[in-house]
Design a protein around this ligand. Structure first.
Ligand code: AMP
Length: 360
């Protein structure tokens, strides 16, 4: 379900294991449809199309955050659907997600539910400035977010957010942002990738650095949080957890994504098993692969015209290029990514690119 670049890279990984993928999305000629055996082009709430889709496959997974969870629930009455639809429901709603995380004793930024400008005014008063107003649903890559600074007018901020349900949270003056991707099988086996550092520009992921330059204690804590959340969600598939590292060295969970994640693209070129193959393994009841990191890596998203540099990227030793086959170039659109590989454990030591010819 969903047929963007995450679906495309999942279908490519599945094909390598001999599977044929069908994709479902409203978009014709989508990145995933180009590499899939079949594509159903229909609206996500088209029940007849969902039934037709379920008829043609053995297991369903999703790559897109904002598929109506009711459609995924409907599919799960017809066919094995992994992760289960409740995982999608929780991660689609920032309030439910934060309540879920906190109920497990895992920390997030302090937050309040807000349903109108009055509620926003009193929430901001109790949380203090600055804070961030976010839509509860349908938000990603910073869409629907408003930074509220001292003296801001709650009525104007509420209008700017443009939704009728929101959450306001303390602005975290983080030292860095990290993420962990963990896979889990139906019988509860898990495998996590090294925590990575993510740098954003204008709320959109720009660069992922693998591994994150954090100390071992923090690394273990981040992995423990990932294990705890994936088990509590009883999730079969992949879970990505975005976290802030605060300046006093604490971890706060920001967001969950029950699907492959942009901060895991480096695993295609640098790890024994990519996040995409791992997803296929998890949902097809295969043994999970090793998450061992063969290289350190820096992944950069190619947004908009940045993808026009493909010729130079291909000419660069140690760089790997991935383009998504999108028809239309729009400013800021994720057109592809590149991964630069470095010798393992060399990042931070300002080392040059690894000699990738040694990769088998
Ligand atoms: P989100 O859509 O919640 O993942 O937010 C996108 C990006 O906005 C995050 O990766 C952060 O860089 C920034 N951001 C979101 N929430 C906060 C917060 N409470 N404090 C500081 N930065 C934030």
């Amino acid at each position: 379900m969903g047929a963007g670049q995450l679906g495309r890279m999942t279908a490519l990984a599945a094909a390598r294991l001999g599977y044929r993928c069908h994709v479902f999305s409203p978009e014709p000629r989508s990145p995933a449809a180009q590499v899939a055996e079949a594509a159903v082009v229909a609206s996500y709430d088209d029940k007849a199309a969902l039934a037709r889709f379920a008829d043609g496959v053995d297991v369903v997974t999703f790559e897109f955050e904002n598929i109506p969870h009711r459609s995924v629930k409907l599919l799960s009455d017809l066919i094995s659907t992994r992760p289960r639809w409740e995982c999608l429901r929780i991660s689609q709603d920032r309030l439910d997600e934060k309540d879920f995380v906190n109920a497990l004793g895992v920390a997030t930024a302090r937050y309040r539910r807000v349903d109108d400008a009055d509620a926003l005014a009193s929430a901001v008063e109790s949380l203090g400035h600055p804070c961030v107003l976010k839509t509860r649903r349908m938000g990603y890559d910073g869409k629907g977010q408003v930074l509220i600074e001292d003296g801001a007018d709650p009525v104007a901020c509420w209008a700017e957010m443009g939704a009728d349900a929101g959450i306001v949270e303390q602005f975290v003056p983080f030292e860095r942002e990290i993420s962990v991707i963990v896979a889990r099988t139906a019988d509860g086996m898990t495998a996590a990738y090294d925590p990575v550092e993510n740098r954003h520009l204008a709320h959109v992921l720009d660069t992922t650095i693998a591994p994150a330059g954090i100390d071992d204690a923090l690394r273990k804590q981040a992995l423990a949080i990932a294990e705890r959340l994936v088990a509590a969600l009883e999730l079969v598939g992949l879970l990505a957890i975005e976290m802030f590292v605060t300046r006093d060295g604490r971890l706060l969970v920001n967001e969950l994504a029950p699907r492959p994640h942009n901060s895991g693209h480096w695993t295609i070129d640098a790890c024994a098993t990519s996040q995409f193959e791992q997803l296929v393994r998890a949902v097809c009841d295969l043994p999970l692969g090793s998450t061992e990191r063969h290289f350190d890596a820096v992944m950069r998203n190619l947004l908009g015209t940045a993808a026009d540099d493909w010729h130079a990227i291909l000419a660069e030793p140690g760089a790997r290029l991935h383009l998504y086959g999108k028809d239309e170039l729009r400013p800021g659109r994720k057109m592809g990514h590149m991964t630069r590989l470095y010798r393992k454990d060399s990042i931070g030591a300002a080392a040059g690119p690894a000699d990738t010819n040694t990769q088998t």
